[in-house]
Design a binder for this molecule. Structure first.
Ligand SMILES: NC(=O)c1ccc[n+]([C@@H]2O[C@H](COP(=O)([O-])OP(=O)(O)OC[C@H]3O[C@@H](n4cnc5c(N)ncnc54)[C@H](OP(=O)(O)O)[C@@H]3O)[C@@H](O)[C@H]2O)c1
Length: 287
């Protein structure tokens, strides 16, 4: 009973998924502790949410962050490639501090690809002995409103090297809803959920949906992967991030991102958010 009242620590609390997890748990009256890298991020949290400074690479931030915590929402910051060096200390600290459940934001197919950083985090979690719930997610719809926003709003173009490969996109709001559920009800320890939306779409179709919703022509130029990597790198994304994102889009090209899973709908007891709904909700981002 006591553990139900202890704070739930949310890492990446100002990020795409974490910010939604914070919002949902806070609105549900849960005791949320938002982990942020800097005070500036804390100002973007909903009013009344408790926050703590936390940096995976700074062990001095661990004692305050993990004090009294029984449940942890764990995400890997996209630029962290050396997970054993940069994330193991925090995972080990969490285990020693008595954390009883870790819900980890992982990647669809991580169990089949031991080279992606998410697979390495999953291995560290298994080593830690803390019961885990793995949310293995497909491509976020929100990649279109963040990483690819500039190309769409300034060039009317989806600049992604995925060919005609289809993607079973998922809205981060659905991932957050699953995370909130698995953190607050029993029965999810030891489970791994492959999470996607309800349909697989190619980027040509996404371009048509954007064209209809935004009332201007949006194209899909599917560039060579080297041109794509070069553009991301020139925009200031770290090399480790550029490499992982480019490699993931190459796997999409060969059809590895098209499998639709039923888990999101089963866990949420409703259909996942559709691409049309996502575009309607985020339309101002591309104006
Ligand atoms: N995009 C996809 O399609 C997709 C699909 C499946 C899985 N994933 C995985 O989802 C994760 C990204 O989730 P997201 O999009 O919600 O994240 P995000 O929006 O990119 O945010 C990353 C968060 O991590 C924080 N952070 C950065 N460095 C940190 C550090 N040293 N210690 C602690 N926190 C730090 C950031 O804080 P600052 O803002 O201060 O930097 C930010 O809040 C990645 O592991 C990615 O591989 C992504």
């Amino acid at each position: 009973m006591e553990s139900q009242k202890s704070p739930i620590l949310i890492t990446g609390a100002a990020g795409n998924v974490g910010s939604e997890v914070v919002r949902l748990l806070h609105e549900a009256g849960e005791n949320v502790r938002a982990a942020v890298v800097s005070e500036a991020e804390a100002s973007r949290l909903p009013a009344g949410v408790a926050w703590v400074r936390f940096d995976f690479t700074d062990p001095a931030t661990f004692p305050d962050a993990f004090a009294g915590v029984a449940r942890l929402f764990l995400m890997r910051p996209p630029h962290i490639a050396q997970v054993r060096r940069d994330m193991k200390p925090a995972i080990d600290y969490a285990a020693a501090a008595g954390v009883q459940q870790i819900v980890f934001l992982s990647l669809l197919g991580a169990e089949k690809n031991r080279f992606v950083p998410h697979a390495k985090v999953e291995a560290l979690l298994a080593e830690s002995g803390v019961p885990t719930t793995l949310l293995r997610c497909g491509f976020f719809m929100q990649n279109l409103s963040t990483t690819h926003r500039q190309d769409i709003s300034e060039n009317d173009d989806i600049f992604i090297p995925a060919g005609d490969g289809k993607t079973a996109f998922i809205d981060v709001r659905d991932i957050a809803a699953v995370a909130a559920k698995t953190l607050t009800e029993p029965g999810h320890n030891g489970k791994a959920y492959p999470l996607t939306g309800s349909e697989a779409l190619d980027y040509g179709t996404v371009a048509k949906l954007l064209t209809t919703a935004l009332n201007r022509s949006i194209g899909y130029s599917h560039p060579h992967f080297l041109r794509f990597a070069w553009r991301l790198w020139r925009r200031g994304f770290p090399l480790s991030y550029v490499t992982v994102v480019t490699a993931i889009y190459l796997t999409t090209r060969f059809g590895l991102a098209e499998t639709v899973t039923p888990d999101t709908a089963v866990l949420l007891n409703r259909p996942p958010i559709s691409m049309q709904q996502f575009i309607a909700d985020y339309a101002p981002v591309w104006q």
